[in-house]
Write a protein that binds this ligand. Structure first.
Ligand SMILES: Cc1cc2nc3c(=O)[nH]c(=O)nc-3n(C[C@H](O)[C@H](O)[C@H](O)COP(=O)(O)O)c2cc1C
Length: 212
Protein backbone atom coordinates (compact mmCIF):
# COMPACT_ATOMS: atom_id res chain seq x y z
CA UNK A 1 0.00 0.00 0.00
CA UNK A 2 2.80 2.38 1.04
CA UNK A 3 4.58 1.60 -2.23
CA UNK A 4 1.49 2.54 -4.29
CA UNK A 5 0.98 5.73 -2.33
CA UNK A 6 4.61 6.70 -2.91
CA UNK A 7 4.33 6.02 -6.68
CA UNK A 8 1.09 8.03 -6.85
CA UNK A 9 2.68 11.04 -5.06
CA UNK A 10 5.76 10.78 -7.29
CA UNK A 11 3.58 10.83 -10.45
CA UNK A 12 1.65 13.85 -9.15
CA UNK A 13 4.87 15.73 -8.40
CA UNK A 14 6.34 14.94 -11.84
CA UNK A 15 3.11 15.99 -13.58
CA UNK A 16 2.98 19.30 -11.72
CA UNK A 17 6.65 20.03 -12.45
CA UNK A 18 6.10 19.35 -16.16
CA UNK A 19 2.99 21.53 -16.19
CA UNK A 20 5.05 24.55 -15.09
CA UNK A 21 6.49 25.99 -18.31
CA UNK A 22 9.86 27.53 -17.53
CA UNK A 23 9.77 30.95 -19.14
CA UNK A 24 12.12 33.91 -19.35
CA UNK A 25 10.00 36.94 -18.47
CA UNK A 26 11.39 39.86 -20.46
CA UNK A 27 11.79 43.44 -19.28
CA UNK A 28 9.77 46.36 -20.63
CA UNK A 29 11.60 47.62 -23.76
CA UNK A 30 13.81 50.66 -23.40
CA UNK A 31 12.52 52.66 -26.35
CA UNK A 32 14.92 55.52 -25.71
CA UNK A 33 18.14 53.64 -26.44
CA UNK A 34 20.27 53.65 -29.58
CA UNK A 35 21.66 56.10 -32.12
CA UNK A 36 19.53 58.01 -34.61
CA UNK A 37 18.05 56.06 -37.50
CA UNK A 38 20.39 57.40 -40.23
CA UNK A 39 23.44 56.48 -38.14
CA UNK A 40 21.98 52.98 -37.73
CA UNK A 41 21.74 52.64 -41.52
CA UNK A 42 25.33 53.87 -41.79
CA UNK A 43 26.47 51.22 -39.27
CA UNK A 44 24.49 48.20 -40.56
CA UNK A 45 26.62 45.25 -41.67
CA UNK A 46 26.81 41.46 -41.32
CA UNK A 47 29.38 40.55 -38.70
CA UNK A 48 31.33 37.29 -38.59
CA UNK A 49 33.38 38.17 -35.51
CA UNK A 50 31.58 38.52 -32.18
CA UNK A 51 31.85 38.01 -28.44
CA UNK A 52 30.53 34.67 -27.15
CA UNK A 53 29.28 36.03 -23.80
CA UNK A 54 25.50 35.73 -23.15
CA UNK A 55 23.27 38.77 -23.58
CA UNK A 56 21.97 40.59 -20.50
CA UNK A 57 18.21 40.39 -19.85
CA UNK A 58 17.53 44.02 -20.86
CA UNK A 59 19.41 43.55 -24.15
CA UNK A 60 17.51 40.34 -24.90
CA UNK A 61 14.23 42.09 -24.03
CA UNK A 62 14.92 45.08 -26.27
CA UNK A 63 16.13 42.89 -29.13
CA UNK A 64 12.94 40.80 -29.23
CA UNK A 65 10.66 43.78 -28.90
CA UNK A 66 12.50 45.57 -31.73
CA UNK A 67 12.43 42.40 -33.85
CA UNK A 68 8.66 41.82 -33.71
CA UNK A 69 7.22 43.00 -30.41
CA UNK A 70 3.83 44.62 -29.94
CA UNK A 71 4.14 48.38 -30.44
CA UNK A 72 0.39 49.21 -30.56
CA UNK A 73 -1.19 47.17 -27.76
CA UNK A 74 -4.70 48.46 -28.48
CA UNK A 75 -4.50 46.87 -31.97
CA UNK A 76 -2.18 43.97 -31.13
CA UNK A 77 0.07 45.15 -33.97
CA UNK A 78 3.81 44.66 -34.19
CA UNK A 79 7.11 46.45 -34.92
CA UNK A 80 7.26 44.46 -38.19
CA UNK A 81 4.47 44.53 -40.77
CA UNK A 82 3.12 41.24 -42.14
CA UNK A 83 1.04 40.40 -45.22
CA UNK A 84 -2.65 40.96 -44.30
CA UNK A 85 -1.46 41.34 -40.69
CA UNK A 86 -1.20 37.54 -40.59
CA UNK A 87 1.65 37.66 -38.06
CA UNK A 88 2.86 34.41 -39.59
CA UNK A 89 6.45 34.55 -38.34
CA UNK A 90 7.45 33.15 -34.96
CA UNK A 91 10.85 33.86 -33.45
CA UNK A 92 12.54 30.80 -31.97
CA UNK A 93 15.52 31.83 -29.86
CA UNK A 94 18.45 29.43 -29.49
CA UNK A 95 20.38 30.11 -26.28
CA UNK A 96 23.10 27.99 -24.69
CA UNK A 97 20.51 26.53 -22.29
CA UNK A 98 17.69 25.85 -24.72
CA UNK A 99 15.40 26.77 -27.57
CA UNK A 100 12.68 29.28 -26.65
CA UNK A 101 9.65 30.68 -28.47
CA UNK A 102 8.97 34.42 -28.24
CA UNK A 103 5.44 35.16 -27.03
CA UNK A 104 4.93 38.77 -28.10
CA UNK A 105 1.63 39.19 -26.18
CA UNK A 106 3.24 38.22 -22.88
CA UNK A 107 6.66 39.57 -23.95
CA UNK A 108 8.33 36.43 -22.67
CA UNK A 109 10.29 33.43 -23.93
CA UNK A 110 8.74 30.00 -23.45
CA UNK A 111 11.01 26.98 -23.30
CA UNK A 112 10.50 24.61 -26.24
CA UNK A 113 13.51 22.30 -25.86
CA UNK A 114 16.17 22.26 -23.15
CA UNK A 115 19.76 21.87 -24.37
CA UNK A 116 22.28 23.56 -26.60
CA UNK A 117 21.16 23.50 -30.25
CA UNK A 118 23.29 26.37 -31.57
CA UNK A 119 25.33 23.91 -33.68
CA UNK A 120 22.17 22.91 -35.55
CA UNK A 121 21.41 26.57 -36.25
CA UNK A 122 24.99 27.23 -37.38
CA UNK A 123 24.66 24.26 -39.76
CA UNK A 124 27.65 23.78 -42.06
CA UNK A 125 28.99 27.25 -41.13
CA UNK A 126 30.48 25.92 -37.88
CA UNK A 127 32.36 29.17 -37.24
CA UNK A 128 29.04 30.70 -36.14
CA UNK A 129 28.17 28.01 -33.54
CA UNK A 130 29.71 30.00 -30.67
CA UNK A 131 27.24 32.87 -31.04
CA UNK A 132 25.42 33.35 -27.73
CA UNK A 133 22.04 33.64 -29.41
CA UNK A 134 20.27 32.98 -32.68
CA UNK A 135 16.82 34.23 -33.66
CA UNK A 136 15.38 31.61 -36.01
CA UNK A 137 12.48 33.04 -38.01
CA UNK A 138 9.82 30.44 -38.76
CA UNK A 139 6.74 31.25 -40.81
CA UNK A 140 3.54 29.27 -40.40
CA UNK A 141 1.91 29.72 -43.81
CA UNK A 142 -1.40 28.29 -42.53
CA UNK A 143 -1.94 31.73 -40.93
CA UNK A 144 -2.49 33.24 -44.41
CA UNK A 145 -6.21 32.91 -45.00
CA UNK A 146 -6.04 33.24 -48.80
CA UNK A 147 -3.64 32.76 -51.71
CA UNK A 148 -1.92 29.84 -53.40
CA UNK A 149 0.89 28.00 -51.62
CA UNK A 150 3.53 29.68 -53.80
CA UNK A 151 2.13 33.13 -52.99
CA UNK A 152 2.02 32.25 -49.29
CA UNK A 153 5.66 31.18 -49.40
CA UNK A 154 6.71 34.46 -50.99
CA UNK A 155 4.75 36.47 -48.37
CA UNK A 156 6.37 34.34 -45.67
CA UNK A 157 9.85 35.12 -47.01
CA UNK A 158 9.05 38.84 -47.19
CA UNK A 159 7.66 38.90 -43.64
CA UNK A 160 10.69 37.04 -42.27
CA UNK A 161 13.06 39.33 -44.21
CA UNK A 162 11.50 42.40 -42.60
CA UNK A 163 11.95 40.97 -39.10
CA UNK A 164 15.54 40.06 -39.94
CA UNK A 165 16.13 43.66 -41.00
CA UNK A 166 14.49 44.96 -37.79
CA UNK A 167 17.08 42.85 -35.92
CA UNK A 168 19.88 44.22 -38.11
CA UNK A 169 18.86 47.83 -37.51
CA UNK A 170 18.43 47.27 -33.77
CA UNK A 171 21.93 45.78 -33.67
CA UNK A 172 23.43 48.56 -35.79
CA UNK A 173 21.76 51.22 -33.66
CA UNK A 174 22.73 49.77 -30.30
CA UNK A 175 26.20 48.41 -31.06
CA UNK A 176 25.54 44.66 -31.31
CA UNK A 177 26.83 42.22 -33.91
CA UNK A 178 24.38 40.35 -36.13
CA UNK A 179 24.52 38.24 -39.28
CA UNK A 180 21.48 37.11 -41.29
CA UNK A 181 21.84 33.57 -42.65
CA UNK A 182 19.69 31.11 -44.52
CA UNK A 183 22.26 28.43 -43.70
CA UNK A 184 20.97 26.12 -40.91
CA UNK A 185 20.18 22.43 -40.48
CA UNK A 186 16.49 22.69 -41.35
CA UNK A 187 15.57 18.97 -41.00
CA UNK A 188 17.17 18.84 -37.51
CA UNK A 189 15.49 22.10 -36.49
CA UNK A 190 12.12 20.75 -37.67
CA UNK A 191 12.66 17.77 -35.36
CA UNK A 192 13.90 19.75 -32.33
CA UNK A 193 11.17 22.38 -32.57
CA UNK A 194 8.47 19.83 -33.49
CA UNK A 195 7.35 22.00 -36.42
CA UNK A 196 4.16 21.34 -38.39
CA UNK A 197 4.47 20.80 -42.18
CA UNK A 198 3.10 24.35 -42.68
CA UNK A 199 5.95 25.90 -40.63
CA UNK A 200 9.08 26.96 -42.53
CA UNK A 201 12.39 28.02 -40.92
CA UNK A 202 13.43 30.74 -43.39
CA UNK A 203 16.34 32.72 -41.99
CA UNK A 204 18.27 33.16 -38.77
CA UNK A 205 20.15 36.06 -37.22
CA UNK A 206 22.90 35.54 -34.69
CA UNK A 207 23.06 38.34 -32.13
CA UNK A 208 26.08 39.02 -29.95
CA UNK A 209 28.11 41.76 -28.36
CA UNK A 210 30.68 43.11 -30.81
CA UNK A 211 34.23 41.94 -30.58
CA UNK A 212 35.82 45.20 -31.86
C1 LIG B 1 18.48 36.35 -47.48
C2 LIG B 1 19.92 36.34 -47.00
C3 LIG B 1 20.54 35.13 -46.77
C4 LIG B 1 21.86 35.10 -46.29
N1 LIG B 1 22.42 33.88 -45.99
C5 LIG B 1 23.69 33.84 -45.52
C6 LIG B 1 24.26 32.60 -45.15
O1 LIG B 1 23.64 31.55 -45.24
N2 LIG B 1 25.52 32.60 -44.68
C7 LIG B 1 26.25 33.76 -44.54
O2 LIG B 1 27.39 33.69 -44.09
N3 LIG B 1 25.72 34.96 -44.85
C8 LIG B 1 24.45 35.03 -45.34
N4 LIG B 1 23.88 36.23 -45.65
C9 LIG B 1 24.65 37.48 -45.44
C10 LIG B 1 25.15 38.05 -46.76
O3 LIG B 1 26.22 37.27 -47.24
C11 LIG B 1 25.57 39.49 -46.54
O4 LIG B 1 24.42 40.25 -46.23
C12 LIG B 1 26.25 40.07 -47.77
O5 LIG B 1 27.54 39.52 -47.92
C13 LIG B 1 26.39 41.58 -47.71
O6 LIG B 1 27.14 41.96 -46.56
P1 LIG B 1 26.53 43.02 -45.53
O7 LIG B 1 25.28 42.43 -44.93
O8 LIG B 1 27.61 43.25 -44.50
O9 LIG B 1 26.21 44.25 -46.31
C14 LIG B 1 22.58 36.30 -46.10
C15 LIG B 1 21.93 37.53 -46.34
C16 LIG B 1 20.62 37.54 -46.78
C17 LIG B 1 19.93 38.87 -47.00
Amino acid sequence: MKKYLFSFCFCLLTASLLAQTPAIVLNKPDTSRGVNVMKAFAERSSQSKFDTVSLKLQDLSDLLWAADGINRPELGKRTAPSAMNSQDVDIYVALKKGFYLYDAKKHQLDLIAAGDFRQQVAGRQENFAGAPLFCVLVSDISRFKSGSDSLKLSWAALDAGIISQNIALFCAGTGFATHPRVTMDVPKLREILKLKPTQYPLINNLVAYRKD
